[in-house]
Ligand binder design. Sequence first.
Ligand SMILES: Nc1ncnc2c1ncn2[C@@H]1O[C@H](COP(=O)(O)OP(=O)(O)O)[C@@H](O)[C@H]1O
Ligand SMILES: [Mg+2]
Length: 252
Amino acid sequence: MLVIKMDVSRLFGEKFKASINNFERTRKIYREVFDNRLYISISKLYSKKVLDTMEGLISTGKEANVFLAHKNDKKIVLKIFRRETTSFSKFLEYVESDPRFPVIKKNRAMISNLMAQKEFRNLKVAAKAGCLVPEPIKFIDNIVAMGCVGDPEITLDKLNKAEIEANKEIIFRGIEDNMKALKKGRLVHGDLSEYNIIFWKDVYFIDMSQSTTYDNPRAKKFYLRDLQNIKKLFEKYKYKSEFVEKEIEGLI
Ligand SMILES: Nc1ncnc2c1ncn2[C@@H]1O[C@H](COP(=O)(O)OP(=O)(O)O)[C@@H](O)[C@H]1O
Ligand SMILES: [Mg+2]
């Protein structure tokens, strides 16, 4: 165990160490998520030649922490699903205190591993259908390694109105094209909004751990919600989308 830990520490470059020292937020996440098990998972990614240095924290969400890493000169993104505070945490806390369910700790790990696996698979399905998404590289335990889109990792919600206006046609047509591709792949994003769309020369959809195939009985409901979110975004910029209108009509 000790050997692995020593080996892995070499992966944490100066930038990563600096970011831990400089930012309280990173330090807190670091304490929360970097346990022995995570070091082992990261060392597996290293030995499978997925990455060679860890950089810093990009984002802290309710289900996952997103880190930047490097392989040679290429940036890659590691999405690490939380073991302790998944969205099931309330449910888990409740059941965990019940002595009849002693195996639940193991289940927490299983759920975060499953989410990583699901996100990886969904990215593959989406890419195959022609939807622009980060390149899925590998999943190991509760980590998905994927290509990094853009430099500043800026999602649509972080762009100001003028920036979006200036690229309106490319952005909105890109969203439509991605939605059409997902339809072709029979996949529903499930959390589609400006928070999960990156504009970097092209338009990319991200965050697919909750995405689901058409055979899920709730797929229609999720699809309608995605469509309505996008409709609202389009309306804000007075962009007319026949595709979105027709899809909504067909569902209600
Ligand atoms: N492949 C990627 N390339 C660049 N930035 C990314 C990538 N994946 C995630 N991010 C950044 O990390 C944030 C959180 O990732 P996301 O997959 O949306 O997880 P969450 O479930 O926390 O919303 C995104 O809003 C984006 O800023
Ligand atoms: Mg997101």
